[in-house]
Design a protein around this ligand. Structure first.
Ligand code: AMP
Ligand code: GLY
Length: 422
């Protein structure tokens, strides 16, 4: 399809990365984002419609004459945005609300995996305060406590301290009525983004996210502080096991649903020392910041891939990849993840280190232009410094070179992104 109008939903670094990928496609004539950020405004037109306003987004897609809507975050998918768009005959990349329950409810995802024999950790549901002690006895430290709600990666407590685990269970019980206690999985994490519809699937290069706020993977969980791809932990042998043991059974299951799954199935994996993969969680969308290091590695037409998936014909598309590596380092606001100082001026982010096979630039996230045209911070994860190069060490080096150009008062970033691979 040529001359297509595309609407991207969301306003993070992921949506800027999706926008860059889509804008590079010859089939895209006009690109729009709702609500977007400073970066998406540079590759298309922003619209002041919140990503939680399902009716507003569906109307916007209709007004724009969108041939494709690409949904970044999970919440509008859980709330039925894809259902509304498909009812209007608009192709949507992102699953309908039933498919989105794989992320919306961790308990539902566990039950699906258990019924299909997909490898994952054990899990019990705690429904009353007097069950807490016995539940903690069932698993060894560290304990993993999860609320069964959408919490942007922050609804999870992993702790060696039994009292902290008991407190997290009690808090979850109080707010939600039940809470999950999971077996702790050991190994190295990897994310595999799978573009999937009823006709087939395409696994994108595996990446590794850094979810903890502090150096050496310490401190509280965040939405993600940096990522790199391809992740060497996902060797060809490991990836074959991921396909055989996880992707194939999930595809078989999802293609046979009343409304088949069309979108990204994000596999959050733990790979043990023997190379056995187990699922920590599913997400029903692209990862953030994994997208920032994955989309640049796709050498084929990105819009064509997403449109084919939204129309249920992904098996007809051939997808090629660059042999490069990519790394991205997130710059977070003062106080993140507990709080975020916003409204502060950012300077130096226009840096562009493109030269030959190397490029270094910024993916914008929680940013906006204020009334005076200044670029200011507006969220917890403000931007990401991204490097692309023939090898991972150079990509990481370029990403930090970009980061050194940027100033934002009180901000912080991790200086050890990709340390496991280097
Ligand atoms: P989730 O929101 O389920 O992805 O959890 C956020 C992060 O907590 C994961 O990326 C892991 O780093 C950690 N985590 C969650 N569940 C487990 C588990 N069962 N074993 C070990 N680490 C976990
Ligand atoms: N980077 C983790 C996520 O997108 O859920």
């Amino acid at each position: 399809m040529t001359g297509m109008t595309v609407l991207v939903v969301g306003g993070g670094g992921r949506e800027h990365a999706l926008g860059i990928g889509l804008a590079a496609s010859e089939s895209v004539a006009s690109l729009h984002t709702a609500p977007g950020n400073a970066g998406t405004a540079m590759v298309g037109t922003n619209h002041d419609v919140s990503s939680s306003d399902i009716d507003g987004l569906a109307s916007l897609a209709e007004e724009l004459g969108a041939g494709l809507v690409v949904v970044g975050p999970e919440a509008p998918l859980v709330d039925g945005l894809a259902d509304s768009l498909r009812a209007k005959g608009i192709a949507c990349f992102g699953p309908h609300s039933e498919g989105a329950r794989l992320e919306g409810s961790k308990l539902h995802a566990k039950r699906v995996m258990q019924s299909l024999g997909v490898p994952t950790g054990g899990c019990i549901v705690v429904e009353a305060a007097d069950e807490i002690d016995a539940a903690l006895d069932l698993f060894e430290a560290p304990w993993v406590v999860k609320r069964d709600v959408l919490a942007a990666g922050k609804g999870v407590t992993v702790t060696l301290d039994r009292q902290q685990a008991a407190d997290a269970l009690a808090r979850g019980l109080e707010s939600d009525g039940f809470v999950l206690l999971e077996e702790h999985l050991f190994g190295e994490e990897a994310s595999v983004l799978v573009v999937m519809d009823e006709s087939g699937y395409v696994c994108l290069p595996a990446s590794q996210d850094h979810k903890r706020v502090g150096e050496g993977d310490t401190g509280p969980n965040t939405g993600g502080m940096g990522a790199y791809a391809p992740a060497p932990v996902a060797t060809p042998t490991v990836l074959q096991r991921v396909v055989d043991e996880i992707v194939e059974p999930m595809h078989h299951h999802l293609r046979n649903q009343v409304t088949p799954y069309r979108g990204c199935l994000y596999l959050g994996l733990m790979i043990d020392s023997e190379g056995a993969p187990r699922v920590i969680e599913f997400n029903v969308r692209f990862g953030d910041p994994e997208t920032q290091v994955t989309v640049p590695l796709i050498s084929s037409d990105f819009a064509e891939l997403l449109l084919a998936c939204a129309e249920g014909r992904v098996s007809e598309i051939e997808v090629d990849f660059h042999t490069h590596s990519a790394a991205t380092v997130v710059l977070a606001s003062e106080g993140y993840p507990a709080s975020s100082a916003t409204g502060r001026v950012i300077s130096g982010s226009e840096v562009d280190l493109g030269e030959g096979e190397i490029s270094g630039f910024v993916h914008y996230a929680g940013t906006m232009f204020d009334g005076s045209g200044n670029l200011v911070s507006s969220g917890g994860r403000v931007l990401a410094a991204t490097g692309i190069a023939p090898d991972l060490r150079s990509a990481v080096g370029v990403a930090y070179e970009v980061m050194r150009c940027i100033e934002l008062e009180g901000s912080h970033f991790r200086s050890d992104i990709a340390y496991r691979a280097l």
